[in-house]
Design a protein around this ligand. Structure first.
Ligand SMILES: Nc1ncnc2c1ncn2[C@@H]1O[C@H](COP(=O)(O)OP(=O)(O)OP(=O)(O)O)[C@@H](O)[C@H]1O
Length: 304
């Protein structure tokens, strides 16, 4: 089932286009990573999917209901801001208070069941002010889970967690997906999502710039470094202009998204012989950074 579908989803704030024509499909039962640097439009997209703000144009469906149909929204759990709890009440009491707002829980034992699911049963009666950051995040998750959502939207949920907290949270998300829930998780850190997500979408300046399985992101973008005689640099650059080409600090040509054989053939056909050809695969982190650099940043980094 397609849990999320967006077609040309757009949000403008005056002259700022926060989300620009987003087309996206998320299938059920997976952890989906929504990646992008700060300001790339992730939160705005999630707020539109939650019906909190109206799109300027485009359409979106959640749980196969066209927004803003509230029946689509009723099966979404979300953590879009840092969850706010009453510090002097216990974790359990906080959830009970939240359960009183909105429609009744689908399961009368929803509160203890959700606390159990996130591993907080042992500290359920402790005041929230004594909780660690990781416990608070898990309590936020329990608040969403007690309504048994089909889709969980989490905006940068591991912000402020230590490495152990991040690991625990990751394991929890994987086990929720194992139970058939869809988790849509935003982050500005590729290293974080690559360990937990099945698929990722990469946003940059409000636009979707990449979408696919995590392992394919970097693999689709090998890079070739070529050395030619100095007198042939310009000719080589012109021959290779079908790819993005730049020179590195050591006067080698850097050809993005090509393989060595193609580069070699193209040069040879134009009568330029490479002195050296090396194929590289940038790490995922680097691939992500390159995808999300603005044009000015890209120009600045290739000039250096
Ligand atoms: N209410 C608003 N009014 C005006 N501009 C806004 C508003 N909300 C977001 N923006 C702008 O829209 C763009 C996208 O912001 P958004 O918060 O969606 O990005 P993000 O990827 O979630 O980043 P972050 O991780 O920093 O939250 C930014 O340029 C932001 O300044």
């Amino acid at each position: 089932m397609r849990v999320i579908r967006c077609e040309g989803l757009t949000k403008r704030y005056g002259s700022t286009v926060a989300v620009d024509g987003l087309d996206l499909v998320v299938e059920s039962g997976q952890v989906f990573g929504f990646l992008g640097p700060n300001g790339s439009g992730k939160t705005t997209t999630m707020r539109m999917l939650l019906g909190l703000i109206r799109p300027s144009s485009g359409r979106a469906w959640v749980n196969e209901r066209r927004l803003p149909d509230p029946s689509g929204l009723s099966r979404i759990g979300a953590m879009v801001e840092e969850p706010a709890f009453h510090p002097w009440l216990s974790g359990q009491r906080n959830l009970e208070v939240l359960a009183l707002h909105g429609p009744p829980l689908p399961n009368p034992d929803g509160v203890p069941a959700a606390l159990e699911r996130v591993g907080l049963t042992a500290v359920a009666r402790r005041k929230v002010k004594a909780y660690s950051q990781g416990m608070r995040q898990r309590l936020g998750l329990a608040a969403a889970l007690m309504r048994e959502p089909a889709l969980l939207l989490l905006d940068e949920p591991t912000n402020g967690l230590d490495p152990a907290g991040i690991r625990e949270f990751r394991d929890l998300l994987r086990s929720l997906a194992g139970d058939g829930m869809t988790v849509f998780l935003s982050s500005h850190l590729l290293s974080e999502v690559e360990q937990v997500c099945d698929q990722v979408a990469v946003m940059s300046q409000g636009r979707l710039v990449e979408h696919g399985r995590v392992g394919e992101l970097a693999a689709t973008r090998p890079r070739v470094r070529v050395a030619v005689d100095e007198t042939e640099q310009d000719a080589a650059q012109a021959l290779l202009s079908a790819w993005p080409v730049r020179t590195d600090g050591e006067r080698m040509l850097v050809v993005d998204g090509a393989d060595g054989r193609e580069v070699n053939q193209t040069l040879g056909r134009g009568g330029v012989w490479a002195r050296q050809i090396r194929t590289e695969r940038p790490g995922l982190e680097e691939a992500f950074l390159r995808l999300t650099l603005t044009e000015e940043e890209r120009d600045a980094s290739s000039a250096s």
